[in-house]
Ligand binder design. Structure first.
Ligand code: ATP
Ligand code: MG
Length: 581
């Protein structure tokens, strides 16, 4: 189906004047040096992310502004101003230095629920010159073990509920010297750990932030593991220039905004845009401790009058599944701008946003490795549903052939980016060869396939590993999945190439249904017919199988390699990031 362009109003008609007023002008005038100068560097070579995110506001009118409003799953609320975060993160930095002896460059990992202490702890660690490594609280012991062992973390910040999951792995981690236990109201029940509350009580409120160099390591994020073993992408303090600029121009954050990023701090979105991007812009953000629930999420937007909302395709598809009538039961008038990242955003979902919220979801593309948004839809620009948008000013992406030469518009190929932007990863932790192998012919090769149209909009095709080769045609699963979910009975779809003697591969779709639909043969034929009409015969699935839910990573991405392994009866490979329900 052809989707109509969603045209944006002229600049004067925006109720909130967009930060990016004119794409072309800003793109031409953009320089990373110039944006850098908007931030409070120690000197031309030294910058610290936590200083930029928090302490830099202390001499301004934002000092007592709310930085973090947190709501627990039980409905308790805690509020922290920038001054509060500065003071508490100073204390935590003192705890680390005085009670664990960490030094610049040491890794401090966080295996913690989405509680205020994870924000305070991360800021404090950065102030002390440590390298943070956030872990998703739903990880099992193996996933935690892999990451702690690989990074040789010296300190782990965790909680009584979570340590229970990992007590067995602790003896096998010789580098892990100290555990800091955030008890909150739970009774401490693990001996040998430093109690966060007690240590914070002893710690001084003043701390001299370590004047880290712009190239000093700051953040380690293991990638989602959608396609293989997670790798530790390492980012530097200078990355905050990228977080700041993209949060300003893509998320369009304004001083009066109340911003909600639904990503867990365990993923790069949860730090780049759940901490550093918004706070370096001095923005108030609201955080909900719990996971997805359609009703709870709408209520959260209503209650806190969220204005800017950053979420993910899988959540949007689940909201769509929950029904079009549900949002009407809440007052969502505060919303003015919605963005999405993490997976391709089906055009159907973009348009659904327009129908249900009166505004589209703005898709943007980036990776753990890029550290910040690279390609995006902006408030001022027309949206072509299904497109990731246009390059961020200061970013030069290209579509390359397999010899790594740039292709003209309209041709599909490898999505690459010219290296050198501030938030680019600086290595895969202790896998320098793997890191180097990602650079070819003066480009960073992203591992995704895409194409660019004549107007400079980029269109995601698939992960290079997911491309299906059927009778000589290359088919991207996303294209097929997007058509499948246009069918009224289909909630989600995952598409793979199934080996075939004649065609090499045939397209096979796994489909989960919306409530009220039964997996009958009739429905299967109906879906097949529906897709046939809309897609080339090569791309139309030869087989459709109904399943209750699709295997996804904990960040919500469809794991096609797991579907494929199951289909072929092969070992599932690394599933440490697989959701278990
Ligand atoms: P691994 O590299 O371990 O397989 P991963 O690639 O899922 O894991 P992330 O860095 O979290 O780890 O995800 C980035 C990838 O997610 C991108 O390379 C792309 O494949 C996909 N992605 C993210 N945003 C978008 C988007 N807006 N449109 C299409 N794909 C997206
Ligand atoms: Mg990846």
């Amino acid at each position: 189906m052809e989707y109509q362009k969603i045209t944006k109003q002229p600049l004067e008609q925006h109720a909130t004047k967009p930060n990016l007023e004119d794409y072309q002008t800003i793109r031409e005038a953009f320089s990373w040096d110039a944006v850098s100068r908007e931030l409070d560097w120690f000197d031309s070579e030294h910058i610290n992310i936590a200083h930029i995110a928090v302490d830099a506001h202390l001499q301004t009118e934002r000092r007592d502004k709310k930085a973090l409003v947190w709501e627990s799953t039980k409905g308790e609320v805690e509020e922290y101003s920038f001054a509060d975060l500065a003071r508490l993160s100073n204390k935590f930095a003192n705890v680390l230095v005085n009670e664990t002896g960490i030094q610049k460059g040491d890794r401090v990992f966080f295996f913690l629920e989405r509680v205020p202490e994870i924000f305070i702890g991360i800021l404090g660690t950065l102030k002390a010159g440590g390298v943070i490594g956030p872990l998703f609280s739903a990880f099992g012991p193996e996933a935690v073990n892999d990451r702690l062992a690989d990074s040789r973390a010296r300190v782990l910040v965790t909680s009584p509920a979570l340590i229970k999951k990992i007590t067995d792995i602790l003896p096998g981690l010789p580098n892990l010297e100290k555990i800091i236990m955030v008890n909150r109201k739970q009774a401490p029940d693990f001996s040998g750990a430093l109690a966060y509350e007690e240590a914070m009580g002893r710690a001084s409120e003043s701390f001299e932030i370590v004047k880290t160099g712009k190239e000093d390591y700051a953040i380690m994020h293991y990638t989602s593991g959608t396609t293989g073993k997670p790798k530790g992408a390492v980012h530097v303090h200078g990355a905050v220039v990228g977080h700041y600029a993209t949060a300003k121009y893509v998320l369009d954050l304004h001083p009066e905004d109340t911003y909600w990023c639904t990503a867990d701090p365990g993923w790069v979105t949860g730090t780049s845009y759940g901490m550093f991007g918004p706070w370096s812009n001095g923005i108030t953000q609201v955080v909900y401790e719990g996971g997805f629930s359609a009703r709870r999420w709408y209520k959260f937007i209503e209650q806190w009058k969220v204005t800017v909302w950053y979420t993910a395709p899988t959540a949007i598809r689940m909201l769509m599944k929950a029904g079009d009538d549900l949002p009407g039961q809440f007052n969502l008038d505060s919303l003015r701008y919605m963005c999405s990242v993490g997976e391709p955003l089906n055009p159907e979902a973009v348009v659904w946003g327009q129908q249900v919220f009166g505004m589209p979801f703005h898709d943007n593309w980036w990776q753990t490795e890029t550290g910040a948004i690279m390609i995006a839809n902006y408030p001022i620009q027309d949206i072509k549903p299904g497109s990731m948008g246009r390059p961020f000013p200061g970013i030069t992406p290209g579509i390359l052939d397999d010899a790594f030469n740039e292709l003209p518009p309209g041709r599909e190929g490898n999505l690459a980016v010219r290296p050198g932007w501030p938030s680019m990863f600086r290595t895969y932790w202790e896998k320098e060869d793997l890191y180097q192998s990602r650079f070819k012919n003066g480009w960073y090769i992203t591992g995704d396939r895409a194409k660019k149209d004549e107007e400079g909009y980029f269109w995601f095709v698939s992960r290079a590993d997911d491309v299906i080769n059927t009778a000589g045609h290359l088919v991207g699963p996303f294209e097929v999945e997007s058509v499948l979910i246009e069918h009224p009975a289909v909630a989600e779809a995952g598409v793979i190439g199934k080996p075939d003697k004649i065609a090499m591969e045939v397209v096979k779709a796994f489909v989960s249904l919306k409530e009220g639909h039964e997996p009958t043969n009739e429905l299967q034929h109906d879906i097949q017919k529906f897709v046939m009409k809309r897609l080339s015969s090569a791309a139309a699935p030869r087989e459709i199988e109904f399943i209750d839910s699709l295997p996804k990573t904990r960040s919500g991405k469809i794991m096609r390699r797991v579907l494929k392994a199951k289909e072929l009866g092969l070992p599932l490979g690394d599933t440490s990031t697989l959701e278990d329900d």
